[in-house]
Design a protein around this ligand. Sequence first.
Ligand code: R5P
Length: 297
Amino acid sequence: MIVVRGPSDETGFSDSLARSLGAKLVGVEHKLFPDGESYVRIPADLGGETVIIVQPAHYPQDKHLLELMLLADAARGAGASTVVGVAPYLAYTRQDKVFRPGEPVSIRAVLRALHAAGVEVLVTVEPHSRSELEHFPGKALGVGVMRYMASQLAPGLRDPLVLSPDLGGVGRAREFAEALGADFDYLEKRRDRVTGEVSVRPKTLDASGREVVIVDDIISTGGTMALAAKLLLEQGAKRVVAVCVHALLVGEAYAKLKSAGIEDVVAANTLPVPPGVEQIDVAPPVAEALREALGSG
Ligand code: R5P
């Protein structure tokens, strides 16, 4: 079994995954041609090996996804017995249906392209929805990490109230809360599909005097988290911590979270994050899921 560190992995995810699997780790020769095209080469003998390529697909996501395809093609061409693509963060998952006529199901197009390039098993962390991976023609694993993240954060939390910013994410809040033996609830959110404007209304929670952990899969612009935190602090919450898996933190998102009164921002190591964000290494539960899926332990 060989783990390949793709050029977009800057968080040490592949190193940790290789350690957890007891596998050899190899880097990639990578450069850009003068016209901007990517060149990749895996400098190892891959014949007969299970080759696990780690390539998070954050910005520039199109380039990172294409490099994963190139690496899969290289591994297949070099005689790998199985090619596994690990995109700890997988782009395009939020366009998992046609919201307005004329749109693509973007995640379907991406998953089909990855498979056609040679990815036989696809692994990602905490996908936006489980059903979107059904578009992958091979075997796909969406590794949930909420319980694992909760167990890592447990020592720093005191009787927290765990909240999802919306009903869609309440399953994550439930998993996180169950691992802590804590209460959970959700906030009602409305997003205007055209203007992108978000408004938040409370459901049945009383955050007054509580330490609140808001749990989401993605923080992108920070708008959802910042609004939720502001509302909860207005309701008398004692402290607000933001926990997400994928901290995209676009532009000034981190500053927005801090100025909304969020004390700590915690994310998984599925993509690089700005200074100040605490990162939890989630490669160990991914290794466990992979071992089970590949029948090697
Ligand atoms: C949406 O369905 C996701 O679960 C997140 O709530 C959303 O992507 C967060 O986006 P933003 O940080 O831009 O509000």
